[in-house]
Every structure is written in C-alpha cells, then in structure tokens.
Design a protein around this ligand. Structure first.
Ligand SMILES: NC(=O)c1ccc[n+]([C@@H]2O[C@H](COP(=O)([O-])OP(=O)(O)OC[C@H]3O[C@@H](n4cnc5c(N)ncnc54)[C@H](OP(=O)(O)O)[C@@H]3O)[C@@H](O)[C@H]2O)c1
Length: 331
C-alpha cells in the first residue's frame, strides 16, 4: 500500500481509502451490519488507513458502523467525516427530501445544506459520539452552503481544530473559488470530488487547482458506483431502494459501451495479473493531482480486492493505452 499526505496537514493516509456511503444502506438498498464491519476490518488488515464517512450516510448508520468497527483499532486509521448536510433543523437550503422509511424508520427526512458555525459544532459532537472517538482526523464540508459566508464556516472549523476535536480541514463539492475563500482564512488540507474515468470534468478544474495549492484531492465514486468493475453486466439487477435503479448511466446501452471500453483494458490487466477494479483504481491514482481514491466496498471480498490496488503501478505506455480507450468511450 502506498501512502500520501492529506495536503499540508502532515497526516499520511493510504492512497486507497474505503468509502462507507453504501455501507450506510441509504440509497443503496440497505445494509448487512456484519458484512459492513467485516469489510472495514478487512480493508484495515489489507493496509487501508483512510476511512471516509458522513453523518448523512444512513442518517448516522454509516458513522455508527465505522465507529463500531474501529473502536478497538482507532490508532490504525485516519477517520474522515463531513458536516453541512443537516436534518435536525430546517436551516440553510433545502437540498432534498428522503423517504426511505423502510430503512431508517424515521419517516420523511428533509436534508438542508447548512454550514453555520453552531450547526457544525452540533454535527461534530454527534459524529464524535457515533464514531466512538475524541477526534476526527479530517472534517470536510460535504456540500457548499451559499447562505453562510465561508469565512464564518472556516472560523468555526479552525476553533474545532484548536480544541483538538478535528486535525485537518477539507471541502467537498466545491470550486477553486470556494477553496480560495477557505484558504483566505486558514489552512485547507483537502478537496473531495467526483472523479473517475466516467467523470473527468475535474481534469480541467479541481485537480490542477489542488495540485497548484498543494491540497490533497480525494476522488469519490472512482468505480462509477460499480460500473467500472466489469461486474455489472446486462443481467445485473439492483435491490429495492438502490439509487442505481434510476440512474440512466446504468442503462443497458451504457453498460454495453462501458464493457467495450473495459475489454480494451483486459490485456493490460492480464499482463499485470490484476483485476479490472484494481486497474481502474490504479488509473485514478495515477492521474495528475489525484492523491487518494475513496472506494466503496460492501463485502470482505470487495474490500480486499480494492485495497490491493494500492500496490499497483502503471507505466506510461499502459496509461496511454487506457487513455485512448477512455477517450473512445467518451465519444
Ligand atoms: N463527497 C460526496 O458528495 C460523495 C459522494 C459520493 C461518494 N462519496 C464517497 O466516495 C465513496 C465511494 O463512492 P461510491 O460508493 O459512490 O462509488 P464507487 O466507489 O465507485 O462504487 C462502490 C460500489 O461498487 C461496487 N464495488 C466496489 N468494489 C467492488 C469490487 N471489487 N468488485 C465489484 N464491485 C465492487 C459496490 O457495489 P455493489 O456490490 O452493490 O455493486 C460498491 O458499493 C463513498 O462511499 C463515499 O465515502 C462522497
């Protein structure tokens, strides 16, 4: 496993992180708690130190599972969570309404984008309790809140850092202009954005912006939510409540198109003795400016396979061949 620093924070974290949105069950058709804990334990045993979660993933469920999983191994992990998507009060912008009562048993939940200082403090206290820890290694603003000045948000984050409740500060779903606003007040360490072979807009945006600023760039959904694993064929169906049922990217035509792209990767994967998910994760980590990949895993097997991608190095020639196939897919 390779390690890189989370921007200027001085914190080293495995280049492959485990993302725990799906583990929270919400929008992914539920969760088997025992499988989730096993997935996290396996990832750690295979060298993963970076664990990414958020309060909103399952409305506390993902953080609780992560907390349970790392309770007896807290010193081996770098815990990254988020703030700014709240449901305990109606403040900021209404972002969406969730109606997954069958999973959460909490009825309809309205989620607001809010990064007000007092709600951040409230959220951090809840996260610390659910994660069974006295500090969060990386706290990220999940979505940007146009109703709170970033200087107010950042001032509170810096206070929390002074108090030892958080060690580093990140943003997510942000623009380079947002980063400038954070950096005008204090030290920003990372940015977390959607980035994969299927989602490359940050090649021209936040990837170079992070590199210029010396920030860590954490890629989310690097496997295209499973599409890039080679395991989502035409016959694959998703369970009740899994958002992929409604995502047009999972249409039969697109699955076929992606399969054709993956077929072009097969010879490289074969020569290197790696699987397609490992090759795809390694490609993500080879892109200029991308320091870490947050990869979702719901089982022990997936966690083991994904962690091993942290040892894969791709040559210039392999990267060129892959890029040609990716460009062809994008046409
Ligand atoms: N900041 C944000 O706004 C934001 C947004 C989205 C995600 N994230 C973070 O990024 C993390 C990863 O993103 P993601 O979960 O959306 O997508 P992803 O990592 O691209 O895909 C994860 C899904 O792919 C499948 N998978 C994973 N490894 C596999 C393997 N080796 N073989 C076959 N299938 C495999 C699993 O689903 P199945 O087994 O069900 O197919 C898994 O749930 C999240 O967990 C979260 O921490 C952040």
């Amino acid at each position: 496993m390779k390690f890189r620093e989370l921007g200027p924070s001085g914190i080293q974290a495995s280049v492959v992180g485990i993302g725990t949105w799906a583990i929270g069950g919400w929008m992914w058709g539920g969760v088997e708690r025992a499988d989730a804990i096993k997935a996290i334990h396996t990832a750690i045993d295979e060298g993963v130190t970076l664990i990414d979660t958020a309060p909103v993933y399952g409305f506390g469920v993902s953080e609780e599972l992560v907390g349970e999983a790392v309770r007896d191994r807290r010193d081996r992990v770098v815990l990254a969570t988020k703030c700014g998507m709240i449901w305990h009060e109606a403040r900021g912008n209404l972002f969406f309404t969730s109606d997954e009562n069958h999973l959460t048993k909490k009825g309809t939940i309205k989620v607001y984008q809010c990064l007000a200082p007092d709600t951040i403090r409230y959220e951090v206290e809840q996260s610390l309790r659910r994660l069974h820890t006295d500090h969060i290694d990386l706290l990220q603003t999940h979505w940007q809140d146009p109703s709170t000045p970033i200087s107010d948000t950042m001032a509170e984050l810096l206070k929390l850092k002074d108090e030892g409740k958080i060690r580093a500060i990140g943003c997510s779903n942000a623009t380079p202009a947002h980063m400038d606003e954070y950096q005008a007040v204090g030290q920003l360490d990372t940015d977390q954005e959607l980035f994969s072979m299927l989602d490359r807009k940050h090649e021209e945006a936040n990837l170079p912006a992070c590199a210029q600023r010396g920030l860590g760039f954490l890629a989310y959904s690097p496997l295209g939510q499973g599409l890039l694993t080679g395991k989502v064929g035409p016959e694959r169906t998703f369970g009740n409540g899994d958002q992929r049922n409604f995502n047009t990217r999972f249409s039969p035509e697109n699955r076929e198109k992606i399969r054709a792209m993956l077929d072009l990767f097969e010879p490289i994967a074969g020569d290197k003795g790696v699987s397609l998910p490992q090759l795809v994760i390694a490609w993500t980590l080879s892109q200029s400016g991308c320091t870490h990949a947050l990869v979702g895993a719901r089982s022990e097997e997936q966690a083991r396979e994904n962690a091993a991608a942290g040892d894969v190095t791709l040559s210039e020639g392999e990267l060129e061949t892959m890029r040609a196939a990716i460009e062809q897919y994008a046409l």
